[in-house]
Ligand binder design. Sequence first.
Ligand SMILES: Cc1cc2nc3c(=O)[nH]c(=O)nc-3n(C[C@H](O)[C@H](O)[C@H](O)COP(=O)(O)OP(=O)(O)OC[C@H]3O[C@@H](n4cnc5c(N)ncnc54)[C@H](O)[C@@H]3O)c2cc1C
Length: 380
Amino acid sequence: MENKIQFKAPIEVAGAGPAGLAAAITLAHAGRRVIVHETQKEVGHRFGGDFQGIENWTTTEDALSVLKKSGITTDFTAMPSRNGTVFDGAGKPYAINSDEPLFYLVERGPGPDTFDSALLRQAQALGVEVRFNSRLRHMAGEGILAAGPRAADAIAVGYHFETDMADGYWAICDNELAPQGYAYLLVMNGRGTVKSCMFSGFKQEKRYLQRTIAAFERLVGLEMRNPQPHGGSGNFRIPDSAYSGPHPLVGEQAGFQDTLWGFGMRLAVSSGVLAAQSLLSGENYDTLWQRELKPQMKTSVVNRALFSVAGSYGYSWFLKQLVSTPNLRESLRQHYQPSWPKRLLGPWARRRYESQRKDLTCDHIDCHCIWCRGECCAHD
Ligand SMILES: Cc1cc2nc3c(=O)[nH]c(=O)nc-3n(C[C@H](O)[C@H](O)[C@H](O)COP(=O)(O)OP(=O)(O)OC[C@H]3O[C@@H](n4cnc5c(N)ncnc54)[C@H](O)[C@@H]3O)c2cc1C
C-alpha cells in the first residue's frame, strides 16, 4: 500500500503561506509526495516580522489544540492574549478581560520563531519539497492553489518597530482613524506593530495612519524606535465554488477570510487541510468547505455589514456590550455563529458588502492580470 502511494505523481501546491503549507503537511502525513512552489525567496515574505493574532473565539476548543488535532504544528512563539484595552472614538477605554486567551499573538515572516517558519519546518521534515523563487505558472496534474489575496477589500498600513513598552494589545474603533475598521497596536518582547486597518478610504491611508499614531501616542504612550513601514491587503469573498478547473482554491486565493475583522489565518489553515483531505479521499472540496467554513463566513459578512453602519455611537454601544458579558470569548463565538436574526439580515448584508474582486476567473495560473504580474505589491 505504502509503495503504491509513493509511485503516484507528486501533488503541486502554489504558495507557501499558511493555506498552502497546511495542505502540503496534510498530504505528506498521508504519504503523498508534494512540491510547494513559492514565488518569494522565503516564507512569509509579505509580512516580514508582522505580529498577527490567531483568533481563539470561533471554536469552543482552543485554537492551538484544534491545530494540533488537525496535524498542524504549534512549534512557534504564541503569546496568549487575554487582557487588553479597546477605545472608542471619544478616547473612552474599555477594559477587555478574559480568563481564556482571546487570541494567540504570533510573528509572521521568515524568522526562526514565526508561524510561517514552523509550518515550513514541519512540511520539510515530512519530506515536502519547497521550491523558493518558483512562481507556478502552469499546473498540469493534481494540485492546490494557495497564492494569497487577489484583490484589496481591506488594507492595513502602519509600522513595525522596536520599543520598551510592555507586552499587550490595544485597539481603537474610530472611523476618523480607520474607516469602518479599527486601529491596533500589538507589542511582544520589545517589538511592536501599529496599524490602521481600513475597509474604505484607502486613498487617504497616510492621513489615517498619522491620526492612528497620534491617537496611540496620546492614549497609551506609544513609543517607536527604528519604525519600518509595513502594510498589506486582504481579499474577503465567499465564492460559489472554490475550484479553478480541477484544482481546489484555498486560503485568501479563494477569498476565505473573516469579513468582520480580517482574522484569516485559521480559515487559511482549515481550508488547506480540507482541500488536501478532498484530494486524498475523493470527496468534493466544495461540499467540505461549505459544510465546515461557510456558515461562519456568512455570519461574518452580516457582522461586517452591521459594523460598517455602526458609526461612533454604534462602536461605543458594541464595546459596552462586549465588556459587560461575563464570558467574552463565548460571547464572540456566538457573534460568529449563524442565528435566525443574522440569517434574516443575510440578503441585506450581501447587498451592502461586495468584494472588490471583479475578475472571478483569475486562478493565478497562466494569468496576466495585475495581481499575477506582481505589480500590486510594490514591497515584493
Ligand atoms: C497587515 C495584515 C495583518 C493581518 N493580521 C491578521 C491577524 O491578526 N490575524 C489573522 O488571522 N489574519 C491576519 N491577516 C490575514 C492573514 O495574514 C491571511 O489571511 C493569511 O496569511 C492568508 O494565508 P494564505 O496562505 O491564503 O495566503 P498568504 O499568506 O498570502 O500566502 C500566499 C503565498 O503564495 C505565494 N505566491 C503567490 N503567487 C504564487 C505563485 N504563482 N506561485 C507560487 N507562490 C505564489 C506568495 O508569495 C505567498 O507566500 C492579516 C493580513 C494583513 C495583510
